[in-house]
Design a binder for this molecule. Structure first.
Ligand SMILES: C[S@@+](CC[C@H](N)C(=O)[O-])C[C@H]1O[C@@H](n2cnc3c(N)ncnc32)[C@H](O)[C@@H]1O
Length: 487
């Protein structure tokens, strides 16, 4: 029997869908704040790793509230800066905006987007992600990265790029766990692609960065991580990452934050769902509402992406669907990744929740660990959608003949093949009772499927495994051969 740890964290994972028939399906995690570091401590470091925020706050999750209303009714929200901005765009246009525009403004508006000004992760935030659940996640991704580097012929210099690093936890665990491999470490230029200035600062701190003024370089500031001495650079977009060096690109829970268009089948063909404002006469306020625009077909650029997505699928698959989501930004990003890898060499690992097929209707909003309506309090709730891995594969393959695409496989297959079972056993041999419980629940959350069978604590805190919900796909230069463990 496991004793509950005193210091623990519960949270909703973005990858757990609101299942019909089981409205309470969600992710609840429990992690202690410190777990033994199996790797030799660096100078000045303790032999323990600060894993998650040492907060003792418990967030109780109300299961009854966890469902995704199909009609997008919503309670009125006060006019925040973002709501005013959205309304002014709609007014200026003289018509509604697409769900994609809405999602992009809500998440990444440079003044008031969801990610821009706050730390949205963990107990005090809105949701929790795999790197925050357990250090083993970043360590296993480190194993994958080093294996690919070996397959690439141990290049002397490599760009290690992470898209959307959140708190920088995955990268920190990767760097700590690989710090003994001197040649690998020496080869690294680390590039973090992050749109949020707030999260950039948190990454800077969690990666224990040191800024130095380099007088040989026109007094430019050079930043290195004291986790292994590698230089770190920040960018707002992948395009800013210098090309010319082989790249290893990691994207964990990045694609699901990219804006999607939603289409609805009508008697007049596919029409795009839009976001508009409507007057609530009782409250005398303007409310955001989602409308399927039955009379207005999507604009030509958007239709192009819809047509392309339909061409990639079987006619029968499309015929069965009443709704379709398409993410042009995901297709464009994949195209750029594949092009870069085809020219410079290297590979990319994409891990996210999603499916290997056309996605129908998956957009969800999470605020303070509860699912809410997508139109409620824009900018205060996270928006995310299932990733269409089949479309990613087609987009990568269309970009170049020099690359190969592998997977998707489940997260549980990926982590098991990379050695998470040995890792958890090694950690369990030298930890406290409390840490053992945390390790077991974290392990289950990463590789398990559904509710943890061993759980004897409160039902509402049952750890939910996401090992089959999250999928992993690799895109590599064909010269590198098949990446581990996609053989
Ligand atoms: C869901 S979080 C995932 C964070 C991290 N990978 C993890 O698993 O904990 C998405 C991350 O991508 C960043 N992001 C979202 N959209 C972005 C964009 N268009 N450009 C750059 N960064 C973006 C967010 O600020 C955040 O760091």
């Amino acid at each position: 029997m496991f004793r509950r740890s005193l210091s623990h964290l519960h949270g909703v994972c973005r990858g757990v869908p609101i299942l019909s028939g089981r409205p309470g399906a969600f992710f609840s995690s429990s992690s202690s704040s410190r777990i033994l570091n199996p790797y030799p401590p660096r100078e000045g470091e303790s032999d323990e790793i600060n894993r998650v925020s040492p907060s003792t706050t418990t967030i109780s999750v109300d299961r009854s509230g966890l469902y995704n209303p199909t009609d997008h009714f919503h309670k009125p929200s006060g006019d925040s800066e973002l709501v005013k901005h959205l309304k002014s765009i709609i007014k200026f246009r003289g018509g509604p905006i697409s769900v994609a525009e809405y999602m992009e403004e809500v998440l990444t508006n440079p003044h008031c987007g969801f990610y821009i000004n706050r730390d949205v992760f963990g107990a005090g935030g809105d949701f929790i992600t795999s790197p925050e659940v357990s250090q083993m996640f970043g360590e296993m991704i480190g194993v994958w990265t080093m294996c690919l580097w070996e397959q690439m012929g141990r290049p002397r210099k490599v760009n290690l790029v992470e898209l959307g690093p959140g708190r920088g936890t995955l990268m920190a665990d990767l760097l700590r766990s690989s710090s003994k491999f001197v040649e690998f470490v020496k080869s690294l230029d680390i590039h973090l692609v992050e749109c949020s200035p707030t999260l950039q600062k948190i990454q800077h701190s969690n990666l224990r960065c040191v800024d130095e003024v380099s007088y040989c370089d026109n007094a430019a500031t050079r930043t290195t991580t004291s986790l292994n001495g590698a230089p770190i650079f920040w960018h707002a977009d992948l395009e800013e990452v210098p090309s010319g060096l082989p790249s290893i690109i990691l994207a964990h829970e990045f694609y699901d934050a990219l804006p999607i268009h939603q289409f609805q089948k009508t008697s007049r063909g596919w029409c795009e769902k839009m976001v508009d404002v409507t007057e609530d006469s009782s409250a005398n306020v303007l409310l955001l509402k989602q409308v399927p625009l039955f009379l207005s077909p999507p604009p030509p650029a958007t239709s192009l992406y819809l047509r392309r997505r339909c061409q990639w699928a079987d006619e029968e698959e499309i015929a069965k669907l009443e709704q379709i989501e398409v993410c042009p930004k995901a297709l464009e990003l994949t195209h750029r990744i594949a092009k870069r890898i085809s020219v410079d060499g290297g590979g990319a690992l994409i891990i996210d929740y999603g499916k290997n097929e056309v996605i129908a209707d998956s957009l969800q909003a999470i605020q303070k660990h509860k699912f809410v309506n997508i139109l409620d309090s824009p900018g205060s709730a996270d928006l995310s959608a299932y990733v269409d891995f089949a479309a990613i594969r087609h987009s990568a393959q269309a970009a170049s003949e020099n690359i190969s695409v592998h997977g998707p496989i489940t997260q549980s297959q990926l982590l098991a093949s990379l050695g998470i079972n040995f890792r958890v056993e090694a950690l369990l041999r030298s930890c406290t009772h409390e840490q053992a419980e945390s390790l077991r629940t974290g392990y289950w959350q990463l590789v398990g499927d559904g509710e943890a069978p061993f759980w004897e604590g409160p039902e509402e805190q049952t750890p939910i495994g996401t090992g089959t919900r999250y999928l992993a796909m690799a895109i590599v230069n064909k010269k590198q051969g098949v990446p581990i463990p996609f053989e």
